[in-house]
Design a protein around this ligand. Structure first.
Ligand SMILES: NC(=O)C1=CN([C@@H]2O[C@H](COP(=O)(O)OP(=O)(O)OC[C@H]3O[C@@H](n4cnc5c(N)ncnc54)[C@H](O)[C@@H]3O)[C@@H](O)[C@H]2O)C=CC1
Ligand SMILES: O=C(O)[C@@H]1CCC=N1
Length: 267
């Protein structure tokens, strides 16, 4: 029975732990570490899992999942590296950090898998991209897939694409929430009560997402079906184009990708 430890069980670490428990993993297979005692108590009360010291987790677990902020990974790895026994798999959830960053701290030959998931894991609708670092074999990728598949979809990609993935699907939920927030304001501008505007746009987002996934149609086709000649939608589309929304998205994702690179350079 493989034991998974989540080092630094904050927002994303908790998302992973709760997803695995929902998927039927026994709490005995999971351990977590936390910096604050209140946080440790909270996790144990909420999920019935053991929250232990980093050292104990390192000893007990087969899979060492790094879920701290990238800026905190160096300090953690400085501590873990010298104590790391052989045959452990390291799975990093950190944005920006390449697997070569971890290799600097770990005993030669330690397999590292880099993963980028997203918060819809909370509702088992994550998109998780999984990449092998040096020493990671197909079997290690499979272990990472077993951990993230219960949380949604998984895809294997070369590590060179992970910064782009981080900008697109890692941060992606934030862009959709931003859009929903802005469209709710637009509904209010048009005179709708806030709750009504919110409900309308949330259901519209869900319906559109399900259609994208279930129909297999290209988004242009789906948009064309809504856009009647001399109708209302095309007037809105013209305004979106006039305001450079498409170009803004290109720049926004490039900026997110650049930040991932900067995090790596500063680490
Ligand atoms: N929030 C998101 O949507 C996503 C985050 N990520 C990545 O997941 C990682 C975690 O992000 P969040 O959960 O948002 O951050 P967070 O700040 O909520 O969680 C990190 C936790 O690690 C703990 N920690 C830090 N150093 C520690 C140490 N030495 N020992 C034990 N615990 C320690 C902190 O106290 C904190 O609770 C980051 O590397 C981020 O890049 C990846 C995909 C999406
Ligand atoms: O903003 C961040 O750095 C993290 C990584 C992807 C989503 N959230």
């Amino acid at each position: 029975m493989r034991i998974v430890a989540v080092f630094g069980a904050g927002k994303l670490g908790e998302v992973l732990l709760s997803g695995l428990l929902r998927a039927g993993w026994s709490p005995d297979r999971l351990v977590a570490t936390a910096r604050r005692p209140e946080r440790a108590r909270e996790l144990t009360e909420r999920y019935g899992i053991r929250v232990v010291t980093n050292e104990t987790a390192l000893r007990e677990a087969d899979v060492i999942t790094i879920a701290v902020k990238p800026q905190d990974a160096g300090v953690l790895l400085e501590d873990l590296g010298p104590k790391m026994p052989a045959n452990k798999l390291v799975v990093s959830m950190c944005a920006g950090l390449p697997t070569s960053f971890f290799a600097k701290y770990l005993p030669e030959g330690t397999p590292v898998v880099r993963v980028m998931t997203n918060t819809p894991a909370l509702v088992d609708e994550a998109m998780t991209a999984i990449s092998a670092g040096s020493f990671a074999t197909a079997e290690h990728l499979q272990v990472a897939e077993e951990m993230f598949r219960p949380l949604g979809r998984t895809i294997r990609l070369p590590e060179t694409q992970q910064d782009a993935v981080t900008a697109l699907s890692g941060s992606g939920p934030a862009y959709f929430y931003f859009l929903v927030e802005a469209m709710t304001d637009a509904g209010i501008l048009l005179g709708l009560p806030r709750q009504v505007a919110h409900d309308l746009i949330v259901q519209t987002a869900i319906g559109s997402a399900v259609m994208l996934r279930e129909s297999g149609e290209h988004p242009v086709k789906l948009r064309e079906a809504v856009t009647s000649p001399a109708g209302t939608t095309i007037n809105a589309i013209r305004e979106l184009e006039n305001h450079g929304v498409r170009a803004a998205l290109l720049s926004a994702l490039e900026a997110a990708r650049d930040r991932a690179r900067e995090i790596a350079a500063q680490s």
